[in-house]
Design a protein around this ligand. Structure first.
Ligand SMILES: Cc1cc2nc3c(=O)[nH]c(=O)nc-3n(C[C@H](O)[C@H](O)[C@H](O)COP(=O)(O)OP(=O)(O)OC[C@H]3O[C@@H](n4cnc5c(N)ncnc54)[C@H](O)[C@@H]3O)c2cc1C
Length: 382
């Protein structure tokens, strides 16, 4: 059957992947509704994101305006040793932005009535060419497409492919944000305008400037973003995931949840293991947060009229600096495929099939690259 008159998509997950799907599908003429389990704004969740062309292309297609400039540029990439000597440098200009800036720009571009907070997707069924999504609240919604943009621990994926689960890669990313004026000048002078790494035996740190909490890119109002990859055994990780209230968190430690003993230990370790610059960054951070690095890739993304995108479908390790770009490409190419099918009198199903084969290939390349980069920099033999 060709396109129904008013085509509608239900999107599960209102983070970057879900909002990218919402804005690009709307630009392709679809009605969308986004269902997000959190009641509140997700804005405090994110750190830095390298702004890749795929993200800019998707937002341009969707007519989403970003602040000008949309991030903080860096020119050089420099590598420091344990004593802060420059051991390598290359000119590699790029732009760094923040999760919050992208999230806010897309959220502001969507009518408020399409965003439904506090709705947890539970299950779905397919009836002919319609999908019916069920939510824990008892709500049921019908549409032509159901899109799972519900992240690494996707409920939709667990219904479709219960055997595909994230695999812990053996190390975590500790992350932190420091207000620009709060970093000692000695460290700031080394880090400013650059993408800086410190790579030592079995651990790796990196830092770059991102816009301030209010999206400002003015000097003095930006934030230092850092990531420190460190190895922990599964048992050590389980201990870390017990938060400051004694609750075992299932996946990560958002800002403000790490135990004070773990934060203190992190700062001690930074003093012992890092040069003065990165030690100053970690030491100046009030609320470091932590995400385990995991590997995940689904063998399929389309299941009749239900599909997976963003982290729900595959998770490239962050060394690729490309997960948001992958989510953007997933969403943008989906919108383009559906738009072209409609214009050419083709079916939704043929568009989905073509989209899936391209995007699976991309996922495979990115996840493989992330694994090989990560294992190499962390000295993990596989
Ligand atoms: C250390 C680290 C560094 C990173 N750095 C970068 C970088 O430099 N560049 C980059 O591009 N990316 C980076 N990323 C990855 C990036 O943050 C994500 O890949 C990207 O935002 C896409 O996520 P998503 O929207 O698919 O999933 P998520 O952001 O995980 O969102 C899923 C959403 O679904 C909601 N949800 C879950 N279950 C349900 C349910 N049952 N019902 C309703 N809602 C539900 C969740 O509450 C959440 O809001 C990094 C990640 C890590 C861990």
């Amino acid at each position: 059957m060709s396109f129904p008159a008013n085509h509608r998509a239900i999107i599960v997950g209102g983070s970057l992947g879900g909002l990218l799907a919402a804005v690009t599908l709307r630009a392709a003429g679809w009605d969308v509704d986004v269902f997000e389990t959190s009641h509140n704004q997700l804005e405090s969740r994110g750190g830095g994101v390298v702004l890749q062309p795929d993200v800019l292309d998707a937002l341009h297609f969707a007519g989403v305006r970003l602040p000008d400039p949309p991030g903080v540029p860096s020119g050089e990439r420099i590598y420091l040793d344990r004593d802060d000597n420059r051991i390598e440098e290359l000119y590699m200009p790029q732009m760094q932005t923040s999760w919050t800036l992208l999230y806010r720009a897309m959220k502001n571009a969507l009518p408020t009535q399409v965003l439904h907070g506090g709705e947890t997707f539970a299950n779905f069924r397919q009836e002919g060419e319609r999908v019916i999504a069920q939510f824990e609240s008892g709500r049921a919604e019908q549409a032509d497409l159901l899109i799972g943009a519900d992240g690494i621990r996707s409920t939709l994926r667990s219904r479709l492919l219960p055997e595909v689960v994230p695999a812990y890669a053996g190390y975590v990313a500790w992350r932190g944000l420091v207000e620009e004026p709060d970093l000692p000048l000695l460290a700031a002078n080394i880090l400013r305008d650059r993408f800086v790494f410190q790579h030592s035996d079995g651990h790796l740190a990196l830092s770059y400037l991102i816009p301030g909490e209010d999206d400002s890119t003015q000097i003095g109002r930006r934030r230092w973003n850092w990531v420190w990859y460190r190895k922990y055994t599964r048992e050590q990780l389980n201990q870390l995931l017990i938060d400051r209230h004694g609750t075992a968190r299932p996946f990560s430690l958002p800002p403000g949840t790490a135990k004070s003993t773990d934060t203190a230990q992190l700062k001690e370790d930074a003093k012992a293991m890092m040069g003065r610059t990165f030690h100053a960054l970690v030491d100046s951070t009030d609320d470091p947060f932590m995400q385990p690095i995991v590997d995940l890739r689904t063998p399929k993304m389309v299941f009749c009229r239900a599909l997976l995108l963003g982290d729900a479908a595959s998770v490239p390790r962050p060394h690729t600096a490309g997960s948001t770009a992958k989510a953007a490409s997933n969403a943008h190419t989906l919108a383009l495929a559906l738009q072209s099918a409609e214009r050419n009198g083709e079916t939704i199903d043929s568009a989905l099939k073509q989209w899936e084969s391209q995007q699976l290939e991309r996922s495979k390349l990115m996840t493989s690259l992330g694994i090989s980069l990560g294992n190499r920099v962390m000295n993990i033999a596989r």
